[in-house]
Design a protein around this ligand. Sequence first.
Ligand code: ZN
Length: 405
Amino acid sequence: MRIRIFVIQFLLAVILWDVLPASAERLPVIFGARVGVHPDSTRLVFEMDRAVPYKIFTLADPFRVVIDFPEVSWLVSEARMRASDGLVSRFRFGLFQPGNSRVVVDVAAPASVTKHFLLPPKKSKPRRFVIDLKPVSREVFFAGARSAQSENWGKRKRSFKTVNRPKTPRRKDGLRRVVVLDPGHGGVDPGTVGVTGSYEKHITLAVAKAAKKVMEASGRYRVVLTRTQDVYVRLRDRFEIAHNNKAEMFISLHADSIGSRKIRGGSIYTLSDKASDKEAEDLAQRENKSDIIAGADLSGYASEVSRVLIDLAQNDTNRESWHLAKMLVSELKKSIKLLRTSHRYAGFAVLKSPNIPSTLIELGYLSNRIDEKNLKSPHYRIGIGQALLRAADRYFTRKALNNRS
Ligand SMILES: [Zn+2]
């Protein structure tokens, strides 16, 4: 009997692992919306991760512009949606019916759609969907065409209606799980400097903010950042923030640089008293210098932070960190380029939380032009956030299944 239960749980785990990331991945994401006001028109721009079919129509009394998409994930902030500008009073978003997401734009006057088109990604700009609205008289509104659609609207995939929403087991108390993201460096400690002069501290903060947005939009996580501004935070304080917030996961975000400008790719690290390789050991030494660079007073705990670790092989937290790192590797490699040896380990001070599974991600090399350019792109950062969300979903699903046995 016990074996049968185990087999069922194992199969369930395999099925969930298979279904979760795939379905989470298939849903297109709209992560930005802007309104541009011109003398004779108002332009609506939606930023998205891929081209989607759409249908637009207008309604009267009150006047509205309605945009239908296949089911999409919507990451536009409430504040953005309430900001009125030009013809646009505000907009709303919701699932109209399974497989069909809808944006309703409240307009201040009768409006007709004069242009609508998709723009491919260009430089640091993501893929965009543009709609131009022109104010018209009531008579013109009722006399004119009141709907438009993309050529492929009729052929859109309807399979989204059977989308498997991640059913990650929630906490027993129904609360969202707490994840702490730690943007590396900050303030007087800039971290590494990129090939065109970007600072690691700015990149890590921007990635953390994007990931927070993506993860919280799922409704399953509360994401706490160890810093939300360009300010220095001591390494030890970073994992204490996780402890104080009763976090169940700690992920430190960094970007590296290296002598050879050709090398690119990210890697994921867990704590170990023995480094997996010389580069990992050197990296940990560089990252651990943050407190020294910032001129922090380390008296009192310097010896503790730098003490030689006991063998952590039997440590539960370390084992959990290892699982988390494995899932981060498999999800991140769908979104970003990773080094061939993508999971490594070394003695990072910031990962020394005794009871919270912790990993450190080097998102890429700022010494490489492509990695630096990617990490400066808002669209790319959203992709990293989606990978972290998928990895967290898998991690907690596995954990819940294990706890039930
Ligand atoms: Zn760093």
